[in-house]
Design a protein around this ligand. Structure first.
Ligand code: UT7
Length: 329
């Protein structure tokens, strides 16, 4: 089966900045409590006229625009759109179909959302790979987008301090196996440690057993990372950057202490992004691209974990290495 790699990225940032001090005016909390336990100083949430749709459109639009400029890829070259979200504006149409309409993407391609919470973007990449292998098209658009502020109980200090809004996207390319390593390890352990509404409850808000989630996360992150490395057949030192779901700086700190991968390879933006669930990994990637941290030919390790309980690891390449090599010649 062919592999995939990421060619370009984009992100949509919600415009309203909410600091810990702002939250302390709404619930009984403080920066002194929140920052040491989560690493979060501030987060972005949707302002006037913004929604999960506008954020997703912005992120996917930017990834596509970069694909046009850098690689000459056009709308009609896109072979699938796979979005990851738990906070789509409507149960149907899917968020992906709304993005397809807004960006005038082709009609005769698969377009769908996946729900794997904070692992959603990694799941969506693997789904997109399967679709591209099946329909023979070369390029796909994959995104994670959330407006979690809509699902929060703003009186619940155990959740409203953590979650935020945002979107990130990647333009991917299907490539022959030998061209670039790829490994995808997807898993789930059915559980209700994080829940958001449901058929048997009137409560539409996100609720969470924070300690249980913490224990789950530190257990499964190494499993997902090692699973992906082993399936890709590459050693840990081949990895250029590790992008973990930005849930909590303490979880990341714990993982970094135990990992053989040097901590400077772990990207972190939790302090200003908060936890944006499915949007957290792709928007971190887009931020890295904007900051010039990603180089053509980099090998990335993505790790997601969250509600479901789902977890996922992926080794995936960034950019076209040969493009760099050609330039050097
Ligand atoms: O995508 C996955 C998303 N989820 C996560 O990543 C969550 C992982 N879990 C965590 O990060 C931590 O469990 C939290 C940061 C959520 C909570 O930290 P904790 O050290 O596990 O706190 P706790 O729930 O045990 O609460 C300790 C105390 C309690 O008071 P009492 O019972 O000791 O009097 C809470 O009521 O802290 C209180 N508390 C707060 N106080 C001030 C809980 N939330 C707050 C708050 N401000 N926001």
């Amino acid at each position: 089966m062919d592999h995939i790699r990421i060619l370009t990225t984009g992100r949509g940032i919600a415009s309203r900045t909410v600091t810990n001090d702002d939250l302390s005016k709404v619930v009984d909390t403080s920066d002194d409590w929140i920052y040491p336990r989560t690493g979060i100083h501030s987060r972005q949430i949707c302002g006037e006229g913004e929604s999960v749709c506008t954020l997703a459109e912005e992120a996917v639009g930017k990834a596509l625009e970069k694909g046009k400029t850098r690689f000459g890829i056009r709308e009609e070259d896109i072979g699938c759109v796979v979005g990851a979200t738990i906070s789509g504006a409507t149960a149907t149409p899917s968020l992906s179909c709304l993005v397809q309409q807004a960006l005038h993407l082709p009609e005769q391609i698969p377009v769908l959302d996946v729900n794997a919470a904070c692992s959603g973007f990694v799941y969506a990449l693997e789904v997109a790979r399967g679709l591209l292998c099946a329909n023979g098209k070369r390029y796909g658009l994959v995104f994670g987008a959330e407006a979690l502020s809509r699902l929060l109980d703003w009186q619940d200090r155990t959740t409203c301090i953590l979650f935020a809004d945002g979107a990130g996207a990647a333009l991917i390319e299907r490539v022959p196996e030998k061209e670039v390593p790829y490994g995808s390890f997807l898993a789930a352990r059915g559980g209700t440690e994080i829940v958001c509404g449901g058929v048997n409850t009137e409560d539409p808000h996100i609720r969470m057993d924070g300690k249980a989630v913490f224990r789950f996360a530190v257990t499964v992150i190494p499993v997902a990372a090692e699973g992906a490395l082993s399936l890709a057949g590459v050693p840990a030192d081949a990895i250029s950057h590790v992008i973990c779901h930005q849930a909590n700086a303490r979880i990341l700190g714990h993982v970094m202490r135990k990992s053989t991968i040097p901590r400077e390879k772990f990207f972190q933006n939790i302090s200003t992004a908060g936890n944006t669930s499915a949007a957290s990994i792709p928007s971190a990637l887009a931020q890295m691209e904007e900051e010039g941290l990603l180089k053509e030919g980099d090998l990335l390790l993505l790790v997601g974990f969250g509600s479901g309980l789902t977890y996922a690891g992926m080794v995936i390449g960034y950019g076209r290495k040969e493009a760099e090599d050609e330039k050097a010649e």
